[in-house]
Design a protein around this ligand. Structure first.
Ligand SMILES: Nc1nc2c(c(=O)[nH]1)N[C@H]1C(S)=C(S)[C@@H](COP(=O)(O)OP(=O)(O)OC[C@H]3O[C@@H](n4cnc5c(=O)[nH]c(N)nc54)[C@H](O)[C@@H]3O)O[C@H]1N2
Ligand SMILES: Nc1nc2c(c(=O)[nH]1)N[C@H]1C(S)=C(S)[C@@H](COP(=O)(O)OP(=O)(O)OC[C@H]3O[C@@H](n4cnc5c(=O)[nH]c(N)nc54)[C@H](O)[C@@H]3O)O[C@H]1N2
Ligand code: SF4
Ligand SMILES: [Mo]
Length: 896
């Protein structure tokens, strides 16, 4: 392909598991823009703010461009030989169990397939695990316990045609925004449809909920046991289905019957009437879909939560038929693909199991491999423990940043530091994990690589390249195959393109299958390069002799030996005892515009405005008790460590619980990696860590001075007790706090700006208030505002000064006053990321008579692209209408 001609390429968004189709448009100048693919069945043209901003994240800042050994650049030959040599040596001396791969749901299926094949078939160990262990493992385990296979029965259309959608531990509005938009549109069309949200927090998703159940953390097993009991007592059981197609109902019901209403109220924290309302709605609504995500999976009771939910669907026969079913939505773009290739330590390829000698034999014969792993390998948390205590001596990490995203992250960093040989394949040179590697291998990034991904509804889509790899970067499948060949396994890894790998993966899925295994894409077993290039999105299964299935298991035939589904007897967890000294339950998760450890979304100024700083959500009553005010800094700590983040007071949080986002890393903040606080407690069935219920404490962090700066260039260093950095239009914005003030503020400002520049200072009457502005050749290089309490300057106005026309001498005094002049509009904190519309602009539109979301959209464009901010706009309008200005969803620090 001529990579210099203008063109448009259909590919897939590399973020969440909705798996939206995007069209990348490349201009003759090489400029890339993206839009939604109207023909893709996941999104029909829609994109969320993250997908919409993809073009902003493909620059080369921080890109890893060449292989590195001990920090020095090298060539591929040297790096690959070193990796192969050290892995072989380690295996020779200490056995196959002494090496491990830690991989990711952000690899493409082809990458994942070869990594798994190398470890399980050629090295002969199952020590390959993935960040999906932190994400989907409980769902996988729950599916296998109930269905005998890891099968997601439903599809997105089920959410649109259901009469009741129950969302459990899912913030769909922010985490699966396009699926959420589909649900919103369906509900508008079919107003009788009901939505129930089960989440301790009143999230943005609550906006479409007819009923929000602010459940006690981990109250879910009890809730769904209560539901099962209710269904049985109210003749809502599908006796025919249960009798013909399931086992274990009586025992499951016996456990459920041990909980009376009183116990339910106690265990769930919900009122009897709201429990009753939910139970009745579920009982009477045949077309019910229960969507669940990390509020379910990331728990010590994760697998039991999954099965408690599935039990209720089996009891009512609501599985795999249109508009019904339990629906685990996946997080990462290829979490599903990873499960299909068997990338988890306890799985084999193509949904076969490691415990089954027949499966092992089949896979080994198919691969013609010298060996095959005979027992499950180490799961993520145990894997890093094994690295720490020296059992794992060579580790290869691909496409994940465990030093930020694993629980007990400081111990994970320690383990990596202590490991004799660590290889990291990444696209970013500066991740916390990459910094600890002996060998860094530059991977081709989104837009540069080819392959397939599978979304939450089992739909396989192509990712296509539209630009050449940056620098010396290579696709992950190539890197792994080259290492495999150099380890002496050339026979199994002589691939020349991803199409060959995909064909092999498809052939294995059909090999000796004949309907015995759910995963079968045999129709692709002979796919050639050209058809692979043209491959249109399709759902599995698609065996050689049959069309795709939109839904599975609807015929009551499951993948257990007797083809019957299993009710699972789950354990009734008692309320966790209080932890003396750590009275709060620390919940963690996501914000709308950032992706995981921010290596990509942190590059986008558009995506960095919604939340420009790490924060902790606290209920106002808890805050008042601890004398914490809105915009104060807070030290959140647990037995393992402490972080410093901004207080965000909100009654969306329940009393006793706090919420900190998982995103902020050491590049963007001084001390905000929340996983340093969280213990590696895991679910005993799935090995998935509990990331949402850590016992924590808080106190106000009092600084001598607070600051806010906008800078044209990213500072090389910030010498402050607390800082956080966010990209903004025209430069960077920095929040600051100082335990002890620097001796010389002018000097501090100069190091921040990084140049010896003209500095204008201004001290106003209020104690402790100082302002500095730096100019170079008349251009504003930086502004710094200091105060003895959190600085109250309008962030948006200050940021806008970086792109404002050259400041005249007269304007310089306005700049230093920190207030917009009479002629300037302060847009206020960003609400709509797509069009950069601020809260004040929405307020102004309201004042001009725009009293609906649509009218505000028409006047300002806010909410008219991806729609993820519509609930916030609605809130602003409602609050303005009710004159309840105090509850406006202010950003972290409000305007002066
Ligand atoms: N914007 C954005 N979107 C993303 C991602 C991202 O980084 N950013 N990441 C993707 C990935 S990999 C994933 S896995 C998904 C995750 O998607 P979600 O699971 O929707 O996201 P989370 O914010 O992790 O958690 C969801 C909710 O679980 C609630 N919760 C906590 N404890 C409990 C509990 O005990 N019971 C119940 N019922 N709820 C509880 C939390 O309050 C939270 O609102 O998002 C995907 N999409
Ligand atoms: N406290 C807390 N912790 C959590 C969670 C939580 O809810 N709370 N959620 C957990 C969940 S569900 C997940 S999925 C994890 C996510 O956690 P991580 O997997 O650590 O998150 P990312 O930041 O997406 O890391 C992906 C890395 O891969 C790199 N990369 C991107 N594309 C490619 C590629 O094509 N090839 C290669 N080789 N590298 C690439 C990126 O630069 C980045 O460094 O976090 C988990 N951790
Ligand atoms: S919903 Fe957003 S992040 Fe998820 S795939 Fe679609 S565009 Fe990408
Ligand atoms: Mo995830």
């Amino acid at each position: 392909m001529d990579m210099s001609a203008p063109r448009s390429i259909k590919t897939t968004c590399p973020y969440c598991g909705v798996g939206c189709g995007v069209i990348a448009q490349i201009g003759s100048d090489g400029d890339v823009s993206v839009r939604g693919d109207a023909t893709h069945p996941a999104n029909f043209g829609r994109l969320c703010s993250k997908g919409f901003s993809l073009a902003e994240t493909i620059d080369l800042d921080d890109r890893l461009l060449t292989p590195q050994v001990h920090g020095a650049r090298t060539d591929w030959e040297t790096a690959l030989n070193l990796v192969a040599g050290r892995f072989n040596e380690t295996i020779r001396e200490h056995g196959p169990g002494s090496v491990a791969f830690y991989v990711s749901g952000q690899l493409l299926t082809e990458d994942y397939y070869v990594a798994n094949k190398l470890m399980k078939g050629f090295i002969g160990s199952a020590n390959i695990d993935t960040n999906s262990r932190l994400c989907m493992a409980s769902s996988v385990a729950g599916h296998r316990r109930a269905f005998g296979s890891d099968t997601v029965p439903g599809c997105y259309e089920d959410l649109e045609i259901a009469d009741l959608v129950v969302l459990v531990g899912s913030n769909l509005a922010w985490c699966h925004p396009v699926l959420y938009q589909r649900l919103v549109a369906a509900k508008e069309k079919r107003p009788h449809m009901k939505v129930v949200l089960i989440d301790p927090r009143r999230t943005a998703t609550a906006d479409i909920a007819d009923l929000h159940l602010p459940i006690k953390p981990d109250g879910d097993v009890a809730l769904f046991l209560g539901l099962l009991r209710h269904l049985a007592r109210n003749r809502a059981i599908d006796r025919k289905f249960v009798g013909r197609h399931t086992n274990g109902f009586d025992e499951a019901l016996r456990i459920a019957n041990t909980l009376d209403l009183y116990a339910l109220v106690r265990l769930t924290g919900l009122s009897a009437p709201s429990l009753q309302a939910f139970f009745e709605l579920f009982a009477k609504t045949e077309r019910t879909v229960t969507v669940y995500s990390q509020g379910v999976n990331q728990s010590v009771a994760g697998t039991d939560k999954v099965n408690a939910i599935i039990n209720c669907h089996l009891a009512t026969g609501r599985v795999g038929r249109p508009g019904t079913g339990p629906f685990s939505v996946t997080g990462q773009p290829n979490a599903m693909g990873g499960r299909e290739v068997g990338g988890l330590a306890n799985m084999l390829a193509a949904h076969m199991t490691i415990e089954s000698p027949a499966d092992r034999d089949r896979v080994q014969r198919f691969w013609q491999s010298p060996t095959i792993a005979v027992k499950p390998g180490l799961k993520a948390v145990d894997m890093f423990r094994a690295v720490a205590d020296g059992r794992i001596k060579a580790l290869w990490i691909m496409a994940t940043n465990p030093v930020v995203s694993m629980p007990d992250a400081e111990s994970v960093a320690e383990a990596i530091r202590a490991c004799p040989f660590v290889v990291v394949s990444d696209v970013t040179a500066t991740t916390e994990t990459a910094k600890l590697a002996h060998v860094l291998l530059p991977a081709a990034a989104w837009g540069e690589k080819n392959g397939t991904v599978t979304n939450s509804e089992r739909r396989i889509s192509r990712q296509r390249s539209f630009m050449p790899p940056a620098g010396d970067a290579r696709p992950d499948w190539w890197i792994i195959s080259e290492v495999a060949c150099r380890m002496g396994h050339a026979g199994g890894f002589t691939y020349s393109e991803p199409a060959e790998i995909f064909a092999e993966h498809a052939a294995l899925s059909r090999f000796e299958n004949a309907g015995t295994r759910d995963f079968d894409i045999g129709s692709c077993a002979n796919i050639d390069s050209e058809s692979y290039d043209d491959l249109a999105p399709f759902q599995w299964p698609r065996p050689a002799d049959r069309a795709s299935s939109q839904r599975m298991l609807g015929d009551g035939q499951f993948f257990t030996p007797d083809r019957k589904a299993r009710f699972v007897t789950v354990e009734v967890a008692s309320n966790t005892p209080p932890h003396p000294g750590f009275p709060f339950t620390l919940n963690t998760g996501r914000v709308r515009d950032h992706w995981h450890t921010m290596t990509r979304t942190g590059k986008s100024s558009r995506l960095s405005q919604h939340y420009a700083e790490p924060f902790v959500e606290i209920h106002p009553d808890d805050a008042a008790r601890l004398h914490i005010g809105d915009a104060d800094l807070v030290r959140v700590s647990t037995g393992l460590g402490a972080i410093i983040v901004r207080a965000l007071l909100t009654s969306r949080q329940q009393i006793g619980s706090i919420f900190v986002p998982m995103h902020w890393n050491d590049v963007f903040a001084s001390r905000a990696r929340v996983d340093v606080l969280i213990e590696g407690r895991t679910d005993h069935s799935s090995g998935q860590p509990a990331l949402k219920t850590m016992a924590a404490r808080m106190e106000r962090f009092v600084a001598q001075s607070y600051g806010f700066a906008v800078l044209r260039r990213r500072p090389a260093m910030v010498d402050a007790t607390y800082w956080s950095l966010a990209k903004c239009n025209g430069g960077w914005r920095v929040e600051l706090a100082f335990g002890i003030d620097p001796d010389d503020w002018t000097q501090f400002m100069r190091t921040l700006v990084g140049a010896n520049v003209e500095t204008v200072a201004y001290r106003d009457g209020q104690a402790g208030h100082q302002r500095f502005a730096c100019y170079e050749n008349g251009t504003l290089e930086g502004l710094l505002f200091l105060a003895s309490e959190p600085v109250a300057v309008s962030r948006e106005w200050a940021v806008s000064q970086l792109t404002a026309p050259q400041a005249s001498a007269r304007k310089r005094s306005t700049i230093l006053s920190g207030r917009p002049g009479a002629d300037a509009l302060d847009r206020g904190p960003t609400v709509c990321a797509c069009f950069g519309v601020g809260i004040n602009e929405i307020g102004e539109a309201f004042a001009r008579g725009c009293t609906s979301v649509a009218a505000v959209g028409a006047a300002t464009q806010a909410g008219t692209n991806c729609g993820s901010c519509r609930s916030e706009i609605r809130n602003i309008i409602e609050q303005k209408s009710a004159m309840l200005m105090t509850q406006a969803p202010k950003a972290l620090v409000t305007s002066s």
